[in-house]
Design a protein around this ligand. Structure first.
Ligand code: SAM
Length: 315
């Protein structure tokens, strides 16, 4: 279903897959500070999200399959909350062939990129975009069968307000899926850098400390806030994903993108030993230790998922 834009949409107004008129992004990911604004879309983050979905496509398909089994009836309207580049949108459109998706994001740069991808894949007429802050509700969105919030809820300043908005947007009995990472994926064995054993673990700890201040909801247990918002949690699961040699194409580039963001987040903040920072730099500089051409790389990431149902009675 297409939602043509009769005029240039305002910041909280739903519109079709016409690209937004300005371009900045405030998304972030493991390894980056909160609300990183910029004049251009954050292509490093966007590429990382796309690669993540490509590498862990099987996990994504498992989750959408679980949603299909739990949905109980046809899913025709989906909301992708904090859609980013549309990794969830495209997986859900594949799983639910008669559905359309409202992709919500506060970053016009991300929305513009996802519109381009939707059109390139011939899916433009099944996607509409809504530029909005999830904490302020989902204007014009009602009776959704499913809301998908992947790696996005932890960004929202007021998750309780966001969950109230989600509840208002869902039909009675509709589902909310919350998918989150526990933080930075792992890539290297303990002794990967001979003179700096445990380098990656220390980087992870420094990043966790930084996130504690900047992204306090990262790693939260969403079961409690979901219940407090009136949802009935029907599934909660933790998946420890691991990719080993022979690694799929893109794994080295994924590691490079993630660790580059980690380095960007930690540089000049005095949170790690300068020798660790220098060693991290050697994993990224195109030299012999670079993660893009090492043979000891593995990719490990822990994902948690909650699937909750909107009550069918009057709140
Ligand atoms: C880490 S990305 C995840 C993107 C996508 N869901 C995925 O899993 O690949 C988080 C996204 O949430 C968006 N976001 C952050 N805070 C938001 C807010 N308050 N309201 C709406 N979107 C937000 C960011 O712009 C970014 O695109």
């Amino acid at each position: 279903m297409t939602h043509p834009a009769p005029h240039h949409p305002g910041p909280s107004e739903p519109h079709g897959t016409s690209a937004p008129g300005h371009d900045h992004c405030h998304g972030h990911a493991p390894g980056e500070g909160h609300h990183a604004h910029g004049a251009d879309p954050d292509s490093g983050l966007a590429d990382m999200l796309d690669l993540d979905a490509e590498l862990f496509a099987e996990h994504l398909a498992d989750l959408t399959g679980r949603l299909a089994r739990l949905a109980g009836r046809a899913v025709t309207h989906i909301v992708d909350l904090g859609a980013g580049t549309g990794t969830g949108t495209f997986a859900l459109l594949r799983r639910f062939p008669t559905a359309r998706v409202t992709a919500v994001d506060s970053s016009p740069g991300m929305l513009a990129r996802m519109v381009g991808t939707a059109r390139a894949r011939g899916l433009g007429d099944r996607v509409r975009i809504l530029e909005a802050d999830a904490a302020t509700g989902l204007p014009g969105v009602a009776d959704a069968d499913l809301v998908w919030a992947s790696a996005s809820l932890h960004h929202v300043d007021d998750p309780a307000a966001a969950l109230a908005g989600v509840r208002a947007a869902l039909r009675p009995g509709g589902l909310l899926a919350v998918a989150e990472l526990d933080g930075l994926p792992h890539f290297l064995p303990e002794d990967a850098v001979a003179d700096r054993p445990g380098l990656e673990v220390r980087c992870r700890e420094a990043l966790t400390a930084l996130h504690g201040a900047q992204v306090p909801h990262l790693g939260a247990d969403w079961g409690t806030p979901l219940t407090a918002a009136g949802f009935a949690v029907e599934y909660e699961g933790t998946d420890r994903l691991e990719l080993r040699a022979p690694l799929p194409a893109g794994a080295g580039r994924y590691a490079h993108l993630v660790l580059s963001r980690v380095r960007g987040a930690l540089a000049d903040r005095g949170r790690i030993d300068p020798a660790d920072l220098a060693a991290l730099g050697h994993l990224l500089d195109g030299g012999p230790q670079d993660v893009r051409h090492r043979d000891d790389l593995l990719v490990r990431s822990t994902r948690r998922t909650w699937i909750a149902r909107c009550p069918t009675g009057t709140p």
